[in-house]
Design a protein around this ligand. Structure first.
Ligand code: TYD
Ligand code: MG
Length: 448
């Protein structure tokens, strides 16, 4: 038996140090080092000890993917589950992580041995949920357990091809004496599961809790260890759920899948294009419709802004579903290059439906929505826009311009204000495309 040794682990980054330090030697944060005892591992990451091999030999062994039978989940996974992969799913409490994984596990269990381990609910609760979502969980094995060694032992008898661990924060390993949920426990428990998956074990799904600011609770190393990280996003009160791949070793990052939470669990929304519009018939000031492109498909999204006189010395800039710093930057460009000042105004911007827009194509619609609210003038109904705004007030092209325009035309929009470089030479059927090069031109076109 290897000797145990004392070490100190950073709560934030998971870095270790043999002695206590006020500041983490790895990430530099203060007061994050916590004492922990660890049994040194016989072997670290080395999986096989094999000699190097030619990539052409290895290629032949690449197995096909297993479709989960849930199209929107397969889409974010990059076309199905990769055998031996580890996927971490994060999201707010109650957003539907357990529901989605139970649905996927039940489907997969029809084809392959699958094991669902819960550390949060009783077997009865999970069984009731399976019934509620109308699924006969016939082939699915359930286990209520929080000890990693016992889970691995059970898994050795069941030999599942798919293993769900719900959630990683409730798990603990005997190798450490810190409490479940402690950073060292989280890191070590995950490391064991990752090693198990990579040594010819099952494909593993880990459920991860998120902190108040939306990051997966625990060290960032968790996200580095796994192959795929998926995040659930949603608006308070909205029944739509968006699942986004923020990291994917086997597919495109930023791909999204869209679901609706129903009485019978999560239902796929394979054509989400227009569900994020608020549905009013135009004529509302402070609203602009954009064509976003999230992952591999275009999405019509409504950006709303409220601009109101500041009551304090510090005007507020609040962005929900968008980057707040970018909003401040855009307002500065609007002042400098279109002569419109909002330094005595509070500016609130929100993307309808809980979608988060990470692309710069939202720049122009954000400014048009804010300006509409400032002037209390609605944009023309049937108007869409997209485009990046540069610091010099120029409107820059964005990728997939034509595809975005086609989507707008398909949904009956009549006018589009877009970067000049994105405007097609040929006329679009039913859609008047106005190409603009500068911000003041765009403002003129939108409010003339
Ligand atoms: P859950 O999957 O338990 O969330 P998480 O694991 O992310 O914490 O989701 C629970 C929520 O979903 C709960 O508020 C009830 C709701 N729900 C439905 O609306 N319909 C259903 O069929 C199920 C199973 C849950
Ligand atoms: Mg849960």
């Amino acid at each position: 038996m290897a000797r145990t040794k004392t070490l100190f682990v950073c709560n934030d980054c998971g870095g270790t140090s043999p002695k206590w330090a006020g500041q983490c030697p790895d990430c530099g944060r203060w007061n994050t080092m916590e004492q922990s005892r660890e049994v040194p591992r016989a072997r670290a990451v080395g999986w096989s000890g094999d000699a190097p091999r030619l990539v052409s030999e290895v290629e032949g062994e690449i197995e096909a993917r297993w479709p989960t039978g849930i199209g929107e989940l397969d889409r974010v996974l990059g076309g199905g589950l990769v055998p031996g992969s580890v996927t971490l799913i994060g999201g707010d409490p109650g957003i539907g992580k357990s529901t989605l994984l139970l649905q996927a596990a039940v489907r997969l269990a029809g084809e392959l041995p699958a094991l669902y381990v819960t550390g949060e609910e009783s077997l009865r609760q999970v069984g009731m949920r399976a019934r509620r979502i109308g699924m006969e969980a016939g082939g699915l094995q359930l286990l209520a357990e929080t000890n990693i060694e016992r889970i691995l032992a059970q898994s050795e008898t069941v030999k599942p091809r798919v293993l769900v661990v719900d959630s990683i924060q409730t798990m603990h390993t005997d190798a450490l004496d810190s409490a479940p949920g402690a950073v060292a426990q989280l890191r070590e428990s995950s490391a064991r599961l990752v090693r198990y998956a990579k040594q010819g074990g099952p494909a593993v799904f880990l459920v991860g809790h998120v902190t108040k600011d939306g990051a997966i609770a625990g060290p960032r190393v968790l996200e580095h260890m796994v192959d795929t990280v998926l995040y659930f996003e949603s608006d308070l009160g909205s029944r739509f759920r968006i699942i986004r791949a923020v990291k994917n070793r086997f597919g495109a990052a930023n791909e999204i899948g869209v679901f609706a939470m129903t009485e019978q669990g999560l239902r796929e929304v394979p054509n989400p294009s227009s569900i994020f519009l608020s549905g009013h018939d135009g004529g509302v000031s402070g609203s602009a419709i954009m064509v976003a492109r999230e992952g591999s498909r275009p999405l019509l999204v409504e950006v709303q802004a409220l601009v109101d006189e500041t009551r304090s010395g510090h005007p507020r800039r609040v962005a929900v579903g968008l980057d707040g710093n970018r909003l401040a930057l855009l307002l500065a460009v609007l002042h400098r290059h279109a002569g419109i000042a909002m330094f005595d105004q509070d500016v609130f911007v929100n993307v309808v439906g809980g979608v988060r827009i990470v692309e710069t194509a939202a720049d122009l619609p954000v400014l048009l929505a804010a300006l509409g609210s400032l002037r209390d003038r609605p944009l023309a109904p049937g108007l869409v826009s997209f485009g990046e705004v540069g610091l010099a007030g120029e409107i820059r092209p964005v990728p997939y311009g034509e595809e975005r325009l086609r989507e707008a035309a398909k949904h009956g929009f009549e006018r589009a204000i877009v970067p000049a470089a994105n405007a097609p030479r040929a006329r679009q059927k039913g859609l008047e495309v106005i190409g603009v090069k500068r911000l003041d031109e765009a403002v003129e076109a939108a409010f003339s």
